[in-house]
Structures are given as structure tokens and as C-alpha cells.
Design a protein around this ligand. Structure first.
Ligand SMILES: C[S@@+](CC[C@H](N)C(=O)[O-])C[C@H]1O[C@@H](n2cnc3c(N)ncnc32)[C@H](O)[C@@H]1O
Length: 281
């Protein structure tokens, strides 16, 4: 049936029908009060994930606490905060003087977070920065490779990048690592997800259970979709280690490998890396 629908209805038409469907659903949910204030409309969620928005948020809040050592009084920066998927579960965990800052390049996402989350949780703030990304903000005016995070040195205890370095090119990622290091307090933590290429993932990723196959070369790694490096990009494990160290971030062993390549023992979908900012004597 699905295949028949695919054959009969052209792609553009299917995208349009899907949008109409989500718009009607959003309207009904709003009118009937069926959606809680921390859940965005499906038409927006659809632009960042096909997965279960709430379940992923809950999963990651647990990882931040159990793997990363996040504490309620921490000052948190979420780079590429999207639609508040990580912010939402943290609203019941972070307590003042703890606070949360989301930095995001997609205007609609920031608008939703500002309107829905900040008024009820005033220690949660969201900033829009007009940075270019071919997949998320193709008209962006600033370059990620030279962008300076709008925060003072040594401001944050904990910095999150979930599913962000999986969409950034090497020069962007290197600049972000140095900005992360600059705005982290000494001893502070960066919790970052990647697609990491190493001997095991490169072997597994050609198998039937792999979700991605990174086969097009780019600086420091490979990308998955022809002509669209920022749609999904993977970096070699040696770069994930050395570029961070060059920026002053020490990797906290072990790396928590994911199942994106079809691993049967894993923590999440993407690989999770925790870094600690090196403390100067
Ligand atoms: C797959 S989404 C993940 C969103 C969020 N971190 C989450 O896990 O729900 C990737 C996000 O990164 C953002 N992004 C892409 N390039 C960025 C950049 N250079 N700086 C900050 N955010 C960026 C996108 O706009 C998008 O919201």
C-alpha cells in the first residue's frame, strides 16, 4: 500500500499533504488543549527528528546527570539547542542559581522556545544567532568557522552539543571547540555527540543494521549524502581526540559508542564524548 502511494503521489505533493496534516493536527491540539506546554507542534518537530521527541530528551537528561555529572546548580549552555528537546526535561532539574542558555541558528525554533519555555522557567533563555549552515540556515550571514560565542570567558559549568557536530564541517567544529573551551569554567564539562569513524564503525557501517554509510571524504572525516556534507557528517576518532585537546579539552574515558553503525552494545544512537576543560596550575 505504502509503495503504491509512493508511486502514485509525487514527492512534492506528499510533502505538501504531510504539512497540511500536521497543521490540522497542531490546530486541533491547540484548540483542545491536548499538547503540554513543553512539547512543540509536530510540524516543527518533523524538521529536526523522526524520533520520539520526549523520550530522547528524557534519555539525554539521564546521560547528562549519570555520565556527565550535571548538577542542579550548574550554568548550562546548549549549543544548537533546536526545539528545546534537551531543555524541556532539564526544566525540572536545574534550579537557580543554576541556569540554561540555548544558542540556536534556526529562527522558528528559537521563537518557539522563547514563547513556550522561558515565560514559565525564567532561568531558561534562548538566543538566535544568524549563522550559516547549508542544512539548517542556508541564508545565515555569519560563518561558524569564525563565530565568537556571545558569552564571557569561563561562564559555564556544562556545555551540551547533541547532534550538532554531526552537521558541522571541520573548520566550524574546530572553532566551536575553542569557543567551548573559552566559555567553560576550568574543570567544566562538555558533553558532545558525534558519528565517530574508527576501525569498528567503518567495518560495521556497510552492514544491513547500520543507519548511515559515510562514504564521501571531507576534511577530517566522511559524509553520508552526496553533495550534502552538513546533512550527516562523521569524524575520525583521532580528530575527535586531538582537535579537542588542542582547544584545551581533555577527553574523559571511555567514549560511549552508539549504535548508528549497527553496534549491538551501545549507550545511545550517536557516540557520546565527554570532555573536561584542562585546569591551568
Ligand atoms: C539535529 S538538530 C539537534 C537539535 C538539538 N540539539 C537536539 O538534540 O534536539 C541540529 C541543530 O543544530 C543547529 N545548528 C546547525 N548548525 C549550527 C551552528 N553552526 N551553530 C549552532 N547550531 C547549529 C540546527 O539549527 C539544529 O537545530
Amino acid at each position: 500500500m505504502r509503495q503504491l502511494v509512493r508511486k502514485l503521489i509525487p514527492v512534492a505533493c506528499r510533502v505538501w499533504l504531510r504539512r497540511v496534516y500536521w497543521d490540522v493536527q497542531d490546530y486541533c491540539e491547540r484548540k483542545l488543549g491536548l499538547r503540554d506546554y513543553l512539547t512543540p507542534p509536530q510540524s516543527l518537530i518533523d524538521r529536526i527528528t523522526q524520533g520520539d521527541y520526549k523520550a530522547v530528551g528524557r534519555e539525554f537528561a539521564k546521560h547528562f546527570i549519570e555520565l556527565g555529572g550535571l548538577q542542579p546548580h550548574h550554568k548550562v549552555l546548549d549549543v544548537g539547542s533546536g526545539l528545546g528537546r534537551m531543555a524541556a526535561p532539564l526544566t525540572s532539574y536545574l534550579k537557580p542559581p543554576g541556569e540554561y542558555w540555548g544558542l540556536e541558528i534556526t529562527k522558528d525554533f528559537v521563537a518557539w522556545c522563547k514563547e513556550s519555555i522561558s515565560p514559565r522557567h525564567v532561568h531558561f533563555q534562548f538566543l538566535h544567532c544568524d549563522i550559516y549552515n547549508a542544512s539548517y540556515n542556508p541564508l545565515g550571514k555569519e560563518q561558524a568557522s569564525s563565530f565568537i560565542f556571545p558569552f564571557e570567558n569561563e561562564t559555564f559549568d556544562f556545555i551540551i552539543l547533541s547532534s550538532v557536530f554531526t552537521h558541522l564541517l571541520a573548520p566550524d567544529m574546530k572553532n566551536y571547540l575553542s569557543q567551548i573551551s573559552r566559555v567553560l569554567k576550568p574543570g567544566g564539562t562538555a558533553f558532545i555527540t558525534y558519528f565517530i569513524l574508527n576501525e569498528e564503525s567503518v567495518r560495521l557501517q556497510t552492514g544491513a543494521t547500520s543507519k548511515f554509510h559515510f562514504k564521501y571524504p571531507t576534511e577530517g572525516g566522511m559524509y553520508a549524502f552526496e553533495g550534502k556534507p552538513e546533512a550527516a557528517i562523521a569524524f575520525s576518532e583521532s580528530n575527535v581526540r586531538t582537535w579537542a585537546l588542542e582547544a584545551g579539552l581533555e577527553l574523559v574515558e571511555p567514549i560511549h559508542y552508539g549504535n548508528w553503525c549497527g553496534r549491538d552494545r551501545f549507550v545511545s544512537v550517536q557516540d557520546i564524548v565527554i570532555y573536561r576543560k584542562v585546569q591551568s596550575d
